[in-house]
Design a protein around this ligand. Structure first.
Ligand code: FE2
Ligand code: FE2
Length: 149
């Protein structure tokens, strides 16, 4: 089914994600479809928006700790993150950088420019400007579906 939206290299990228992130991508994808969002770039971005997490060895305890730190002392996360791949702190770096890392992976898998930009921007604070571009509208839809799934 997702192969209707993703090319084989993009399916491969999706399948590199841990099961829980695959499930989450599908939930976001279906939530958008239920809202009559049929833009192809948006649906591709929904499936792959967290693709950057595939490299990170993000275990459950990292995820729990990230939620806790985000709630208590969000500024600590930057200090905890290390871009040294062998470090135990690397998963925190991957979590923090996953929009950019995911955008690079999506670009390498030949996703459209719009899908790549949506992935890159999906954790941006949502803009409330009345002058929203079409891409901003798609981003808002993605963020809304991401937030509740
Ligand atoms: Fe994300
Ligand atoms: Fe997400």
């Amino acid at each position: 089914m997702i192969s209707e939206y993703l090319t084989p290299p993009q399916v491969e990228l999706f399948q590199r994600l841990p099961r829980c992130d695959q499930r989450h991508g599908l939930d976001v994808f279906y939530a958008l479809q239920r809202k009559q969002q049929h833009d192809r770039d948006l649906l591709v971005a929904a499936l792959l928006h967290d693709a950057g997490k595939s490299e990170g060895r993000l275990r459950l305890w990292h995820r729990v700790l990230i939620v806790l730190i985000n709630a208590l002392r969000p500024e600590l996360l930057s200090r905890l993150a290390s871009d040294e791949p062998c470090s135990w702190r690397y998963p925190f770096f991957v979590h923090q950088q996953h929009p950019e890392l995911g955008a690079e992976l999506a670009q390498a898998a030949c996703c459209s420019l719009v899908a790549v930009e949506l992935i890159r921007r999906h954790q941006e604070p949502s803009a409330s400007s009345p002058f929203r571009t079409h891409q901003d509208e798609l981003l808002a839809a993605l963020q809304e579906a991401d937030g509740v799934n």
